[in-house]
Design a protein around this ligand. Sequence first.
Ligand code: SAH
Length: 497
Amino acid sequence: MTVYLVGSGPGDPGLMSVRALELIAAADVIVYDRLIPPGALDGARPEAELIYAGKEGGGPSMPQSEIDELLVSRGLSGGLVVRLKGGDPFVFGRGGEEAEALRAAGVPFEVVPGVTAGVAAPAYAGIPVTHRGAASAVAFVTGHEDPDKPGGSAVDWDALAAFPGTLVFYMGVRQLESIAAQLVASGRVASQPACVVERGTLPGQRVVVGTLETIAGVAASAGVRAPALVVVGEVVALGERLDWWSASRPLAGVSVAVTRARAQASGLAARLRELGASVVEAPAIRIVPLDGPAPDVSGYDLVCLTSPNGVETLFARLSARGLDARALAGARVAAIGPGTARALASHGVIADVVPERFVAEGLIEALAELPVSRALVARAASARDVLVDALRDRGAEVDVVALYETVASPLGEVELAAVAAADYVTFTSSSTVRFLLESLGGDGAGSGLRGRLVSIGPVTSATLREHGLSPDVEAARHDIDGLVEALIRDVTASRSR
Ligand code: SAH
């Protein structure tokens, strides 16, 4: 069968082609590189054989000749083989060599071009590689070679210095100083704008700008690392005016750990990624629905729900008894916050009461005027009693039904190290605090957390303090939007400090 040499684009998963996704989904074997987009293999079949052929650090983990042999042997054995490479397979990807090996062995192949980093990374930095008046040509150059190599390098520096357009160097960060010096020595103007785009199109994208004369120093002091591209030419100056990327990404370059349960984390994680953050997913807790009969809701004049999980588990129990939203028809329904209200709405119930402050105390205030004689509080197994106590103090008869419990979800070494190193760690409930610290194996300084701690509200903040930590940021609105807002405010403030 055919071997497909497929480009996966520069890093942003949205820049993978339709054809690439189709082939990944159909592949029996995928031989992939290091620089493929995060999640690029998510669509592969569970039975597909995934073979890593990338490089860690400097050295190749699998020699090119072995990769060639592997592609030939898998190609001959008959399945659908995808060779997945970063960017475009024929731009500095050794795809040409692999195609030659396949042709020599008589294995049919097809090429699926990808968006190459040399165009995409500058574009995400607001730099058009060609521009009327500023550059009528663009050259893609390997920066891998040391220009001072004895015996001379394969790159014609005089020709490059004289090239009438933009120069884009791949693999050039390590050699940046000698590349810049060599261009100037060969006659390129030292004051010409130059920049380095690090991790272009990815959440951690960074751009450092200078001139041919200064760029090596600027990049070194910024600690720029591979993968990065060096762009030299007048078009670089356009980046300042045309930057569209960082404008909508106030969290660019910031790593944020999300500790809530995996089932609920995706919304928050997606939001943070859209804002440019790199997200460390570290679900410290797991929600386990408790078995039990559906409560008989007909006898209550008030039903209180204190979390979206409570809503989901309540409706699961009702539906197990063949009931639906109409079971709540006789009661007023109170939600602790807008997330809980949204969960209710998705089951066809519009909450009668949603407080201004999304904590139990806020709900108590909001219920102050409401006559209540029998109330049902549906909630987690180990929740605070303030709401129940307050309703009882008002003379109401209160039943509590525990619908689910929150349990620890132990984290692996890699996840824990990433949380400890994250710039921000978000806590969306007291249980995320307790169980993350349990996983980390210590309170206070013993937790090893280095980043700023963001709490969703006063209850979570108090739990942090109980564990010897102080919240650096507390959301003014105690829900996910409020938490994100507070985080953005803190990052923006720290940038102007
Ligand atoms: N075939 C790839 C290039 C492979 S060579 C393509 O077409 O894009 C690897 C080099 O590409 C890296 O050293 C770096 O210079 C560049 N590169 C790849 N991904 C990049 C990214 N997201 N941001 C900046 N440079 C990148």
